[in-house]
Write a protein that binds this ligand. Structure first.
Ligand SMILES: *[C@@H]1O[C@H](CO)[C@@H](O)[C@H](O)[C@H]1NC(C)=O
Ligand SMILES: *[C@@H]1O[C@H](CO)[C@@H](O)[C@H](O)[C@H]1NC(C)=O
Ligand SMILES: *[C@@H]1O[C@H](CO)[C@@H](O)[C@H](O)[C@H]1NC(C)=O
Length: 455
């Protein structure tokens, strides 16, 4: 905590001196400060009398001195106080298959790279976290680690095996049964979301799902995302671009950029992307959009990709196979203004980030010369200001160590804290006058033995 305090104060001290757009920058700084700092500066031990009611510590008995019930500070509390149990690979039969495949050969080092690396990163961070508990009895939340996106891509398990293994794994978790899964966390790092687990709707439809994909229209009635219980997380950006001071490619001054806008991605037969590639042929001086190759001599390497990306003022981020797009997050590290062309997109941490200050969202139905004219009409100083604000906020997209005061991980922890409940129940959980929890057959919780029945 002490480390966070001093970092936090530095951040305040380095807030730029007033300029012509003090208000906008101030508003943004306020967002960050509200999110990460104010609650830290209110010491948890403050006497309740001196603290406004809404700042009362989250974990305190939520009663004011007159005995009235006090709701938490906008659902988050004033400082992080969480206990998360992380299931270990040896305690649950089958978990290793979901982590390393049927032959145990899929390596976490390979799985941590690429846009879906969050499935590994979130797990690794929770293992190191000061909020990890080893006692299930005291846990607020439970984390079920799996790397199935990667395992499936590398041929480590088939869809059928993934489905069956998940069911087998869950049936060994009495605490999952106790809450009906409500306090259990799963990461699904790709556009498919929880659909990677075919029977997710039966088993995980009450659990907390961390995913970059929040489009609820994609899979029609069967969307795996639910705004009220799930959490949107940023995609995984290449570590080489997020490391402060040692970036693979540094941003260019605005005046040195060759293009007004660019789109660097594969067409994937998607209408918006095809329109952009077409538009680039009509206006090659304004829009750069080479069709990217995944192999062969024209394939762009990591550095070459970011060198292209940084060469425009605006980076267009159209939808691909699904609504979320990594290009949106990458834009902040080459310092182009992201232009979202994906109508159904959902963005992370919307409780604290005002996306209109750092990005543009344009109707995907209006991709054409009109878009380029609009972007051209934006004065450079307005672009510079958006970029400057994005530079301050982009720490929220980085899966940095927990010691960093601003990171994707800190954002996720705050969101998780908002989900913590005092009590959980399910249709198959019952309790008696003396607080003994039992199942339908009157067996006490402590005696529930796997396989426990699942929904
Ligand atoms: C997933 O596995 C469970 C348990 O084996 C099975 O009952 C269910 O039908 C499977 N779901 C699908 C979609 O195959
Ligand atoms: C969740 O799954 C249970 C069991 O299949 C089902 O009864 C319930 O309707 C599902 N809830 C939602 C919100 O899909
Ligand atoms: C709670 O009450 C039940 C029913 O009377 C009894 O069987 C059980 O032993 C009690 N548990 C404790 C911890 O006292």
């Amino acid at each position: 905590m002490a480390g966070i305090h001093s970092k936090a104060n530095n951040r305040l001290a380095t807030t730029p001196t007033p300029c012509t757009r003090t208000h906008q920058i101030g508003a943004l700084a306020l967002v960050i400060i509200t999110f990460f700092l104010t609650r830290l500066t209110f010491s948890p031990s403050s006497s309740l009398d001196n603290v406004p009611a809404h700042y009362i510590q989250y974990n305190a008995v939520p009663l004011a001195s007159d005995g009235s019930l006090v709701w938490p500070h906008r659902g988050y509390g004033v400082h992080l106080s969480l206990k998360i149990y992380v299931y270990t690979e040896d305690e649950i039969n089958g978990l290793k298959l979901l982590l390393y495949g049927r032959d145990g050969k899929i390596s976490p080092e390979a799985c941590i790279k690429g846009q879906w690396g969050t499935q590994v990163k979130v797990h690794k961070m929770l293992l190191q976290s000061r909020f990890r508990t080893r006692k299930k009895e005291e846990a607020d939340l439970f984390f079920v680690p799996t790397y199935v996106k990667c395992v499936r891509m590398m041929g480590g398990l088939s869809d059928k095996e993934i489905n069956q293994t998940y069911v087998k794994v869950l049936s060994q978790m009495p605490y999952f049964r106790l809450s009906g899964g409500r306090n259990h966390i799963f990461v699904f790092p790709s556009g498919a979301g929880a659909h990677l687990f075919k029977s997710w709707a039966t088993y995980l439809n009450r659990s907390i799902i961390l995913t970059p994909e929040g489009d609820r229209t994609d899979k029609r009635d069967a969307s795996a995302f639910n705004t009220w219980k799930d959490i949107i997380i940023p995609g995984n950006i290449d570590d080489g671009m997020t490391t402060q001071g040692a970036r693979l490619v540094e941003p260019l001054p605005l005046g040195k950029r060759k293009h007004l806008a660019n789109f660097l991605g594969r067409a994937q037969g998607k209408i918006g992307r095809l329109q952009l590639i077409d538009l680039a042929k009509q206006f090659p001086n304004k829009l750069e959009s080479p069709e990217l190759k995944f192999s062969g001599p024209d394939k762009l390497g990591r550095a070459a990709y970011f060198q292209h990306l940084r060469d425009a003022k605006f980076c267009l981020a159209p939808r691909g196979e699904s609504s979320w797009t990594l290009r949106f997050y990458e834009s902040f590290f080459v310092e182009c203004v992201p232009v979202i062309l994906s109508d159904q997109v959902e963005l992370p941490f919307q409780n604290v980030v005002d996306y209109s200050q750092i990005s543009i969202k344009w109707p995907s139905t209006l991709i054409g010369p009109q878009l380029l004219e609009y972007l051209e009409s934006i004065p450079d100083n307005a672009i510079e200001e958006m970029i400057a604000r994005g530079r301050k906020l982009r720490c929220l997209w980085v899966y940095a160590p927990e010691s960093e005061s601003c990171s994707a991980f800190t954002g996720i922890l705050w969101e998780l804290q908002k989900k913590v409940r005092q009590f959980h129940q399910s249709s198959e959980t019952f309790w008696l006058h003396n607080r003994t929890i039992i199942n339908r057959n009157l067996v006490e919780f402590g005696k529930w033995r796997p396989p426990v029945p699942l929904p």
